[in-house]
Design a binder for this molecule. Structure first.
Ligand SMILES: Cc1cc2nc3c(=O)[nH]c(=O)nc-3n(C[C@H](O)[C@H](O)[C@H](O)COP(=O)(O)O)c2cc1C
Length: 327
């Protein structure tokens, strides 16, 4: 499949998740077959002001395959300037956030609030597209079903963005009103797929190989995008790819050894990227997710919440092994 002139291998991409999908996690997911990744959302306004901390989110100096940088904002001119500045990081493409439900984002008219004004969605997409045209990279948009149950206008927004030159649209089948609750409505993904000619990426509640196959079959979408299903579970991409190649193939989950080794590699990378003190604070949630469901998980997850050094993590890993061996 192609997004613009970009050849995409695989049918499952890693969704953008603020505080989660940094370079370390994207690297790990790419290793398990994520077709591409999207950065955490980046404030166009802060990029425009050359904010140093914001620019760190755009760092793509590590080996992580195809990565789109995602921007949020509401002003087409500011979004265009930000996108142009992001070119210096050589992203595979630029993704525009039209789905974030957080009041601090929507309050200023960005994220999912953009969907209240489909014309503006088109203007933002057109401005960003024009800004990166010379670099020849695609611009994609990530939308929701709509603002609330009375304003489910994903089809209209997707069409506007397509007209404006977006190369693909990702649809999260929830409204802004739903936040992350309830089931995602895959019907809206299907409706968008039937309405536009650009690739449609389905998103919402893909938590394994079976649901990925089901979403592709039920909606006709070109690819799926996985968010929460990848937390502490980067193997999900291997499982999805295996199953889609051969429907009878349900890959076994990782062994305990693989789970712990990958977790250790992920957190080691995080330390290389961000320095140990900050990385270990951020590692706590990841370690909690990796250990979910294991024997003695409650106590181990409590300890995960107190990690300060890589040596703490190594002790925790040894104790997890010991607990598993004693059964
Ligand atoms: C912790 C977290 C952070 C998120 N941050 C972003 C973000 O920065 N940009 C974005 O477009 N969506 C963001 N999302 C939404 C996800 O990309 C995705 O659309 C949503 O989680 C539904 O997919 P899922 O059911 O596979 O998790 C975030 C979701 C979570 C759970």
């Amino acid at each position: 499949m192609k997004i613009g002139n970009l050849e995409i291998k695989g049918l499952a991409a890693l969704a953008p998740m603020a505080g989660v999908t940094d370079g370390a996690f994207r690297n790990i997911c790419e290793g398990f077959g994520a077709a591409y990744g999207i950065s955490e959302m980046i404030s166009a306004r802060a990029m425009d002001f050359d904010d140093r901390k914001t620019a760190e989110l755009a760092d793509l100096s590590r080996d992580e395959g195809l990565v789109f940088l995602q921007i949020f904002g509401e002003d087409p001119a500011c979004m265009a300037r930000a996108a142009e500045k992001l070119l210096r990081y050589a992203p595979a493409g630029i993704d525009i956030n039209m789905g974030c439900p957080m009041p601090k984002i929507t309050g200023g008219g960005a994220g999912s609030a953009l969907m209240k004004d489909p014309r503006r969605c088109g203007q933002v997409a057109a401005a960003v597209r024009k800004a990166v045209e010379g670099a020849g990279i695609p611009v994609t948009v990530k939308i929701r079903a709509g603002w609330d149950r009375d304003h489910r206008n994903a089809v209209e927004v997707a069409k506007r963005c397509e007209e404006a030159g977006a190369a693909a649209v990702c649809v999260h089948g929830r409204t802004r009103e739903q936040l992350y609750q309830g089931r995602a409505d895959w019907g809206v993904i299907r409706a968008v797929k039937e309405a536009v000619g650009i690739p449609v990426i389905g998103n919402g509640d893909v938590d394994g190989a079976l649901s990925a196959g089901k979403m592709l079959a039920e909606t006709g979408c070109d690819m799926v995008m996985v968010g929460r299903g990848a937390l502490g579970n980067p193997w999900i991409f291997r499982e999805i790819n295996g199953h889609l190649r051969d429907e009878s193939l349900i890959m076994p989950g990782p062994t305990l050894t693989e789970r712990l080794l990958v977790m250790r590699r992920h957190i080691g990378l995080l330390c290389e990227c961000k320095g140990e003190p900050r990385a270990m604070r951020e590692a706590r949630k990841h370690v909690g997710w990796y250990l979910k469901g294991m024997r003695g998980a409650a106590e181990f997850r409590r300890r995960a919440g107190e990690l300060c050094t890589l040596a703490d993590l190594d002790r925790l890993v040894e104790d997890v092994y010991r607990a598993a061996a004693s059964t």
